[in-house]
Write a protein that binds this ligand. Structure first.
Ligand code: NDP
Length: 509
């Protein structure tokens, strides 16, 4: 399948240049960190090159590492030389961009450093005409989030002290490590910011194929009539990686697959698959429907957890033919760690549309293949009169491919050419790259642009975050109460054997 040649093609024509934000300064707390250099800075620079940043724009880095403004500009150039995914920093474009970069070397507990930030923001408003609009991006370890929010208020950088323009905050994941810590963080956030000023990042929501789930369901008439318990047998959502912890062992060992992937990214995919059509494209109309999905999932009783959740941890094995070590021997990981690197969960959305349809979610590291996808398996045909007796007639499966392939594939049965009436499974495929002629922009680019524009559609609302934690909390508790037999799957495998007891029809990785 390809996009119709005559149809307008927003991807081919570049991002929608009408949707440029107001003038603003974006402040990155944690600007010397990994996420900033690999994702955030390259996204901003690409937005500049696409003409999607406002003309009156400024960037301020804020972290503990020592830089002056010129030193930080040189650091940014160095990182862009390595990580920019469009044009590299050069010539007038870079010179112009570099002029709007400033830096504050900060002790995060020292209010005077936040006051120094305030002076820079006021200078930007005066010299660069940034209009008093401020976007604070928290890209530090989550333990520092409450302290930053508190200091913003002490230094008079909170929204109420800024009547001239808007003040918004972007909060990186994870939003809490369990229900109690998420609630504690929210208490700090809402002391200073209203919900309409808070942008909780789940970068999966910025991926084009994830945004396309709603378009597929609600901009076509053919899927919605069968998108329910009458026709759907099960839904499988997979987020599998071949990578291990990649230098982030310290963080991962305190997180694990359930917290790191299932509670946020995978649950958000589930919401998009299961939600009712919103009345409008308004951010809250969409987020209301997503929340209703989570409200329809009952947190399991502790005693039921072993029947609906399986965990695993990888042992040494082979990835792409190369030996890789076990999780417990990765740097910064406790050699006796019981942290799961694989989690599979079976949930039911208990409402009129989905009653009785199992949703199987799984995510893991060091698995056989990198793949994120949603597979909707339909029921079998009610009466068979076609095909040879030996032919398998498989159910139809619609697969929404998120990464590394991006697209949609429909598996259906077809007659094999010839005298006999043989039936075989074939597939119809749509691929973003070939369909639209360009690759999708990275998620962070879209999300940063949306936060600057004040569009919260692709950000997670507090009620949904809280409900997702409520759903996974009994699983966390049950797992904490029992010592697992780890490691229980080899690197490069399909995952732990127990996952097949939960569901015997996982798609092969
Ligand atoms: P890093 O550890 O690489 O960077 C942390 C940044 O925060 C540094 O700039 C550091 O400053 C600053 N910082 C301030 N206070 C502290 C403190 N008390 N302890 C440690 N660092 C401090 O983290 P990442 O960039 O990897 O992650 C940032 C956020 O983004 C986290 O919330 C993470 O969960 C999230 N995230 C990261 C992803 C990634 O791929 N890296 C992916 C998804 C989310 P300095 O070094 O100058 O002291």
């Amino acid at each position: 399948m390809t996009a119709t040649a005559t149809a307008p093609n927003p991807l081919r024509e570049g991002l929608d240049t009408q949707r440029i934000s107001d003038p603003c300064t974006i402040v990155f707390f944690g600007a010397s960190g990994d996420l900033f250099k690999r994702m955030l800075l390259p996204s901003i620079y690409e937005l500049r090159q696409r003409g999607t940043l406002p003309t009156n724009f400024a960037l301020v880095g804020f972290a503990r590492s020592q830089y002056d403004d010129d030193g930080f500009r040189a650091y940014c150039k160095e990182q862009l030389d390595q990580f920019a995914y469009g044009a590299k920093p050069d010539g007038a474009m870079w010179d112009d961009f570099a002029k709007c970069i400033r830096y504050v070397t900060a002790d995060f507990g020292d209010t005077s450093h936040f006051e120094a930030l305030k002076r820079i923001l006021e200078e930007n408003d005066r010299d660069l005409k940034t209009g008093g609009n401020r976007l604070f991006y928290l890209s530090t370890p989550p333990s520092v989030f409450p302290g930053i929010i508190d200091q913003l208020q002490k230094a008079g950088l909170d929204p109420k002290s800024n009547p001239k323009g808007w003040t918004r905050i972007v909060v990186e994941k994870p939003f809490g490590t369990d229900l109690a810590s998420a609630r504690a963080l929210q208490t700090e956030v809402e002391k200073v910011f209203d919900e309409g000023q808070v942008y909780r990042i789940d970068h999966y929501l910025g991926k084009e194929p994830v945004q396309d789930i709603m378009a597929l369901r609600f901009a076509n008439v053919i899927f919605e009539p069968i998108w329910n318990r009458n026709y759907v047998q099960s839904v499988q959502i997979t987020a599998a990686e071949t990578l291990g912890v990649e230098g982030r062992g310290g963080y991962y060992d305190s997180a694990g697959a359930l917290r790191d992937m299932i509670q946020n990214h995978v649950m958000n995919l589930l919401a998009l698959v299961a939600m009712e059509p919103p009345a409008t494209a308004d951010a809250d109309a969409i987020r209301n429907e997503k929340f209703k999905v989570f409200a329809s999932i009952q947190p399991p009783a502790l005693a039921d957890v072993p029947k609906m959740a399986v965990r695993g941890q990888y042992d040494a094995g082979l990835i792409d033919g190369k030996p890789v070590p076990s999780y417990r021997t990765e740097p910064d990981v406790n050699p006796k760690s019981d942290t799961e690197t694989y989690a599979a969960v079976k949930l039911f959305v208990e409402n009129w549309r989905w009653a009785g349809v199992p949703f199987y979610l799984r995510s893991g590291k060091r698995l056989a293949r990198k793949v994120s996808e949603i597979a909707v398996t339909f029921k079998n045909i009610p009466h068979r009169f076609y095909g040879e007796k030996t032919d398998e007639i498989d159910p139809n499966v619609l697969v929404i491919k998120i990464q590394p392939d991006e697209g949609v594939s429909l598996r259906f049965e077809a007659k094999v050419p010839g005298q006999k009436s043989h039936i075989r499974t074939v597939s119809m495929d749509f691929n973003y790259g070939t369909g639209f002629g360009v690759q999708s922009p990275p998620a962070y680019e879209r999300l940063i642009a949306d936060a600057m524009r004040g569009d919260q559609t692709l950000f997670t609302r507090w009620d949904a975050v809280q409900r997702a934690w409520e759903i996974v909390t009994p699983i966390q508790q049950s797992w904490q109460n029992a010592t697992p037999t780890f490691p229980n799957y080899g690197a490069g495998s399909q995952g732990p054997h127990g996952a097949t007891q939960l569901f015997d029809d996982w798609r092969t990785l």
